[in-house]
Write a protein that binds this ligand. Sequence first.
Ligand SMILES: [Zn+2]
Ligand SMILES: [Zn+2]
Length: 245
Amino acid sequence: MRSLGWAVRARLDNLLPPRCPLCRRYSLDTGLCAACWRGLVLINAPMCDRCGRPLAYAGPSDLCAACLTTPPPLELIRALAVYNDISRQLILQFKHGDGLHITPLLVRLMSPLLAGLASRHMLVVPIPLHRARYLKRRYNQAGELARALIRATPHGVDDGPIFAPNIITRPRPGRSQAGLSRQQRIRNLAGAFQVPPVEHARLAGRPILLIDDVMTTGATLYAAARCLSRAGSGPVRAMVVARVM
Ligand SMILES: [Zn+2]
Ligand SMILES: [Zn+2]
């Protein structure tokens, strides 16, 4: 195969059934092979109305125990899937190397979620990387996902969601969140995000949809949401690919 030119190989690939991006077996029309598709745990009802955590059964209240005691500083949080080995691989492939080939699959799966969360004049804001990491990786995966999702999701003519990647910035590099406790994560992120003064007028009263790849404890989304609310935004919602349970 090595002697074949890239273009010839690309054409051969188009004639063969598509491959699962995670394991290279032949894929189904879901975009994954049967085994990987079974391993992807999509989050459906019943779930907490507020934070989207799956609930074991639909109870008298539609809120989980955590949201009843300390509701998050966001109006709604929704995740496509539970963070497990399959969703982790999807996200890793999306994040690193030439992972952009995962974009169409994620867009197809997440477009209905976006349609359900979007409202008029909403600003869709990917969680930014801090500058040093952005320069190293060359693109912000949350930004690429948000941009592709908006392009693919049908909405009203003029007043549908607007991709707004510059509404918040992340001036402080901050330590990696890996291995930190929930309280440490919250402290680590205090002041991590800023709304540039030039964006304050555009932000005023506007509903926001934050986009990120993984929600671990929620500390990152909470810090971004608090920063936006303090700067005068309307209600803040969030959508992630996967959430740690
Ligand atoms: Zn597979
Ligand atoms: Zn909840």
